[in-house]
Ligand binder design. Structure first.
Ligand code: AMP
Ligand code: ZN
Length: 114
């Protein structure tokens, strides 16, 4: 998508601290980390948010979760645990309208979320 920040990151038009990529997803460190380890996993296809998922395009979600598990192990946060967050829409406080999963680890999380 032309004017999408995360599509531009995938295309290399905006720099990012890449962790991993393959044909379906791209993983990189969040520019404003909220935990000692905070990275994002995004599908390479532009999907706006969780509301835009359907049986036709949802394979990228399972793929992203498999990669999250692998990356979490490689970054040393798997054993201690971590949180996966997907903000959706206005009430979810989504700020970038390209589906993404936050992975936060390296500290104890709190609940409920704000
Ligand atoms: P959300 O608020 O759930 O839409 O999350 C968007 C996330 O993208 C925020 O945590 C931002 O810090 C992060 N972010 C915004 N711009 C960049 C960027 N250029 N590189 C890496 N992360 C970014
Ligand atoms: Zn996009």
């Amino acid at each position: 998508m032309n004017d999408c920040l995360f599509c531009k990151i995938i295309a290399g038009e905006i720099p990012s601290k890449k962790i991993y990529e393959d044909e379906k997803c791209y993983a990189f460190y969040d520019i404003s980390p909220q935990a000692p380890v905070h990275f994002l996993v995004i599908p390479k296809t532009h999907i706006k948010d969780a509301n835009a998922l359907s049986a036709e395009n949802a394979d990228v979600v399972a793929h992203a979760y498999v990669k999250i598990a692998e990356i979490a192990k490689s970054l040393g946060i798997a054993e201690g645990g971590y949180r996966i967050v997907n903000n959706c829409g206005k009430n979810g406080q989504q700020t970038v309208p390209h589906l993404h999963f936050h992975v936060l680890g390296g500290r104890m999380m709190t609940w409920p979320p704000g």
